[in-house]
Design a protein around this ligand. Structure first.
Ligand code: URA
Ligand code: SF4
Length: 219
């Protein structure tokens, strides 16, 4: 587990808040692994919502279990259901491209729900309600400093907000964590006009992760 120190910097009359983040210590890594494995086996048995009926595999998450940054998508698609890994289909290829372009490494990635909705429809509220306790537990165990919200479903259920286009590239602090909002990578497939916005959003994210300096507009 990682613990961070926060240092506030004030810019006088300028209406922004700048927060510098310093990592100060790392705690028991094997404990994180054990807890994640335990949670995964629990989810493998899960029948809490109707999505369990058509799943081939649950899609738990992948990546660095001690990451500072965790990406959260919507739900598994066909490839993910087949392999049990998140973001390995078309959206995954786009995500990978942006991550490489911006030299973003050492992250963890998961979804709002762990089983594939039929025909890749958006998960229903009752399904998310049943599943979200797993994601929250996963976040608690990994304890990332930054959560990157990918698209509208993650935005709705993590921050209770709508319309990701309005929030793309912005960051919000909630409790101990910073939530960075980004268009879903699949949005570039559905509408190529989203590509430049995604590109800009990823560049802003990379800068933030590199400098560990978060600028939040005061509302
Ligand atoms: N694949 C995932 O794992 N999640 C998404 O949100 C989209 C594709
Ligand atoms: Fe359980 Fe979540 Fe799968 Fe529904 S989507 S069956 S709550 S693991």
């Amino acid at each position: 587990m990682k613990v961070y120190g926060l240092q506030m910097v004030s810019w006088g009359a300028i209406p922004v808040k700048v927060i510098l983040i310093n990592e100060i210590k790392i705690l028991d890594e094997s404990e994180v692994k054990r807890k994640l494995e335990e949670l995964k086996s629990q989810i493998e048995q899960c029948k809490k919502c109707p999505l369990h009926k058509e799943r081939t595999n649950i899609v738990f998450g992948r990546g660095d279990e001690h990451a500072q940054v965790m990406f959260i998508g919507e739900a598994p698609g066909a490839e993910e259901d087949k392999t049990g890994e998140p973001f390995v289909g078309r959206a995954g290829k786009i995500l990978e491209l942006f991550l490489k372009q911006n030299d973003i490494t050492g992250y963890y990635i998961s979804n709002i729900v762990k089983c594939r909705p039929p025909k890749n429809r958006v998960p229903y509220g009752n399904e998310v309600k049943a599943c979200l306790t797993y994601l929250n537990k996963q976040i608690e165990i990994i304890n990332p400093k930054f959560i990157v919200i990918l698209g509208n479903t993650a935005l709705k259920y993590m921050l209770n907000r709508w319309n990701i286009s309005l929030w793309n590239g912005k960051v919000e602090r909630k409790g101990e964590r910073f939530y960075f909002m980004l268009l879903h990578p699949a949005s570039a497939v559905h509408d190529p006009r989203n590509y430049p916005n995604l590109k800009e959003g990823f560049a802003t994210l990379a800068k933030l992760l590199k400098e560990k300096k978060v600028i939040i507009m005061r509302s």
